[in-house]
Design a protein around this ligand. Structure first.
Ligand code: BT5
Length: 255
C-alpha cells in the first residue's frame, strides 16, 4: 500500500452500493483482507445481520444508512479510539448541517437526539502484532425509518431523522456530507490535530457534566462524567469522591 496516498479526499472515491447485505462491516472486512484501496465505502439499502458492539444486533431496515469505510491508516492501535471519536464528530456535524437536528454524542460514540439513539458506530480492526493492517468503521443512522420498522421496546429508546423533522430526509446528500466531514477529520487526525478532535467531541458530548451509570462488563458504577482524557477515555468522579478512568463501557444517564 502506498502510504503517500492517505490524503483526505480519498475517502469515498470508491463506493460499493448494495441493495441488501448481511453486514456492510463484514463485506468491508473481507475487502480489507484483499487489496481494496484505502477509503473504499460499502453501502447497503438494508442489512439482514447488522451488528453492534460485543455481538449486539443492529436493526437496519430500508430507508436508513448502513455504511462501512475501509481505512488503511498509519496509526497505532491506541490511536484508533480517536478515529472512532472523529467519525462520531463527523456524523453529528453532517447530520446537523443537512437536517438542522442537534445531535449529541453519548460516550464513546452513540449519536443521540433528546436521549434517544439515532445512530451508532462500530470500528473493527485487523492487526498484525502491534501493526494496524486495516480498520473498518461501520456507521448506522436511522434516517427515514419509523416506529413500524422497530419493536416497541427498541423504538422507546431509538429515533430517526424523519421522526425528529417530520419529513423525508435525502440519504444521498447526507452520505456525501458525512464522507466529506469524515475525510476532513481523518486528515486532521493523521496530521497531528488530535486535540481539535477531542475538543470538538467535548463540544458535542451529551455525557460530560452529567450524572451517569456505567457498566464496564465487570462492574456497574455510578458517578459524574467529569472529562474526556487525551486518549478518549471517560473520567468519572465516583460517589465516593474517587476518580476513575474508563476505557470501555455502556453509559446510561441518571436523573
Ligand atoms: C452500535 O453498537 O451502536 C454500533 C452500530 C453500528 C451499525 C453499523 S451499520 C453499518 C455497519 N455494519 C454493521 O453490521 N454494523 C455497522 P452498540 O453500541 O453495541 O448498540 C447496539 C444496541 O443499540 C442494540 O443492542 C440495541 O439496543 C440498539 N439498537 C439496535 N439497532 C438500533 C437502531 N437501528 N437504532 C437505535 N438503536 C438500535
Amino acid at each position: 500500500m502506498d502510504k503517500g496516498k492517505h490524503f483526505e479526499g480519498q475517502i469515498g472515491s470508491h463506493v460499493i452500493s448494495l441493495k441488501t447485505a448481511d453486514s456492510t462491516n463484514s463485506i468491508a472486512m473481507e475487502l480489507g483482507a484483499g487489496d481494496a484501496p484505502h477509503g473504499t465505502v460499502v453501502v447497503a439499502s438494508r442489512q439482514t445481520m447488522g451488528r453492534g458492539r460485543l455481538g449486539r444486533l443492529w436493526v437496519s431496515p430500508k430507508g436508513n444508512i448502513s455504511m462501512s469505510i475501509l481505512l488503511r491508516p498509519t496509526l497505532r492501535p491506541a490511536e484508533l479510539r480517536l478515529l472512532t471519536l472523529s467519525v462520531a464528530v463527523s456524523c453529528a456535524q453532517a447530520l446537523k448541517k443537512v437536517t438542522g437536528v442537534h445531535i449529541g454524542i453519548k460516550w464513546p460514540n452513540d449519536l443521540m437526539v433528546s436521549g434517544r439513539k439515532l445512530g451508532g458506530i462500530l470500528t473493527e480492526t485487523k492487526l498484525r502484532g502491534k501493526r494496524v493492517i486495516f480498520v473498518v468503521v461501520g456507521i448506522g443512522i436511522n434516517v427515514n425509518s419509523d416506529a413500524n420498522d422497530f419493536s416497541p421496546e427498541l423504538w422507546r429508546t431509538a429515533t430517526s431523522l424523519r421522526a425528529e423533522t417530520g419529513r423525508e430526509v435525502p440519504k444521498d446528500i447526507l452520505m456525501t456530507e458525512m464522507l466529506d466531514r469524515i475525510g476532513f477529520w481523518y486528515g486532521m487526525l493523521t496530521t497531528g490535530g488530535r486535540e481539535c478532535i477531542l475538543n470538538e467531541w467535548r463540544n458535542l458530548s451529551s455525557t460530560l457534566g452529567r450524572k451517569i451509570r456505567i457498566s464496564t462488563g465487570k462492574e456497574t458504577l455510578k458517578g459524574f462524567a467529569e472529562a474526556l482524557d487525551c486518549e478518549g477515555n471517560l473520567v468519572v468522579r465516583l460517589c465516593s469522591g474517587a476518580r476513575k478512568v474508563i476505557s470501555a463501557g455502556a453509559v446510561t444517564m441518571v436523573r
